[in-house]
Design a protein around this ligand. Sequence first.
Ligand SMILES: Nc1ncnc2c1ncn2[C@@H]1O[C@H](COP(=O)(O)OP(=O)(O)O)[C@@H](O)[C@H]1O
Ligand SMILES: [Mg+2]
Length: 201
Amino acid sequence: MTLENKLGIIDSVELAKIEEKISKKRAIELFESGYLNNLKPGTFKSLAEIHKYLFESIYDFAGEIRTVNIAKGNFRFAPVMYLRAAIENIEKMPQSTYDEIIEKYVEMNVAHPFREGNGRSIRIWLDLILKKELDRVVDWSSVDKEDYLSAMERSPVKDIEIKYILKQALTEKINDREIYMKGIDHSYYYEGYFTFKTSDL
Ligand SMILES: Nc1ncnc2c1ncn2[C@@H]1O[C@H](COP(=O)(O)OP(=O)(O)O)[C@@H](O)[C@H]1O
Ligand SMILES: [Mg+2]
């Protein structure tokens, strides 16, 4: 099963490879152009802009709220029916302390607003908030992938692990492009091809 895409690719491995390449190029542009710095940290609009920027040449749904229910592992993300309301509530969540910021990040991950590419765009969105509020970002290269994923799986129930893991990895190097890019590096965070539509499970 391959996600419908603008490139007409029908093989999911091929799509995954091309998607990685294109979205990484776009992520660099997003950083270098200064576009990222013009976004308002913590808003849904900023997240949608990031997602759109990364994926607009690949997917029609880039920057758009999903219209299908999706799941990963045993976890079902916010149902489409409640998604807009969830997003509005998340936007209103405070973000002045480290704990508040991670709580907001966890909730945005639970919402999983897009059909694909949530992990990457929400990590960039998180760094944007941390940068503005705390003058820090996450050095994703010092975050173990397995630890991160299990903490994210656990986060809807208990956020103590993800808070601990990301706190260890905070860095003052907020304008380092390599550190920024590690957050979307597949060798660190890519755990499979696509998030499943729940109707296909
Ligand atoms: N079982 C789970 N429960 C909650 N969050 C999860 C789970 N598995 C993965 N995640 C989060 O979802 C992200 C993957 O979502 P996805 O939309 O596929 O984004 P991407 O394509 O950018 O990796 C992971 O990076 C992780 O943050
Ligand atoms: Mg994915």
